[in-house]
Design a protein around this ligand. Structure first.
Ligand code: MN3
Length: 242
């Protein structure tokens, strides 16, 4: 390789590595309703924090690939799948409510788009934990906050292959935990686990393999350090109101 080209490539790599965390270095965590509660975002939604914000529990490299490659692909493929169809302009909840009648591209990519957006927004550092009010609701349902974590961890560990673990408000308005395969979620009419999602964890290998390799249990344990309890509580209050 000519020296000039070599220097140019190295320069580009260095610049990219340096710039990428800066571009998304927005420490303000804001949750946009669009995409989660409403219709899909007109543009691929920004990550609400820098790639390294959740270190050491979730590493920057995993976050970058997970967000910029995996999540972006689901978003793009979903938008293409609904383009020019009656699903365009519908809320995600409405799309999921009859997803069993839609092509797999809608179910898989719509779920992938929504679940990741939901997941990013239920992560943060320095959360104070569940509010006293939410804690007592958790205690009523599971026995204690630790018992909820145990039940959630079991759901996350025992999901065979790829999928998601959920804390959700079931159709009887009770707090419950469960898991879904692939990119399914509790809003889907086809899901065995049905209700309003409150908290989720991605247990696909791409979510943890770079840092934790085959040790899914370690990744699940680390997750509890970065749960955004304020956000979970907010969703719980909204779900109770229906
Ligand atoms: Mn994922």
């Amino acid at each position: 390789m000519e020296r000039r080209n070599f220097v140019k490539s190295v320069g580009l790599i260095t610049a990219a590595a340096y710039i990428s965390p800066m571009v998304l270095g927005n420490d303000q965590v804001t949750v946009k309703a669009s995409g989660i509660e409403g219709t899909p975002s007109a543009e691929f939604p920004k990550l609400p924090y820098a790639y390294n914000a959740l270190e050491p529990y979730i590493d920057a490299r995993t976050m970058e690939i997970h967000y910029d490659k995996h999540h972006r692909a689901y978003y793009t493929n979903f938008m293409n799948a609904i383009k020019g169809t009656p699903l365009e302009g519908m809320t995600m909840a409405a799309v999921f409510a009859s997803v069993s009648k839609q092509p797999d591209a809608v179910r898989n990519n719509g779920g992938g788009y929504y679940n990741h957006l939901f997941f990013w927004n239920n992560l943060i550092t320095g959360s104070a934990g569940p509010s006293p009010e939410f804690s007592s609701a958790i205690t009523k349902a599971f026995g204690s906050v630790d018992k909820l974590k145990e039940a959630f961890n079991t759901a996350a560990k025992t999901r065979f292959g790829s999928g998601w673990a959920w804390l959700y408000l079931n159709t009887e308005q009770n707090l419950a935990v469960g898991s879904t395969p692939n990119q399914d979620n509790p809003l889907m009419d086809s899901s065995l686990v049905k209700g309003t999602p409150l908290l989720t964890l991605d247990v696909w290998e791409h979510a943890y393999y770079l840092k934790y390799q085959n040790k899914r249990a370690d990744y699940i344990d680390a997750f509890w350090n970065v749960v955004n309890w304020e956000e979970v509580n907010k969703r719980y209050q909204q779900a109770l109101k229906g």
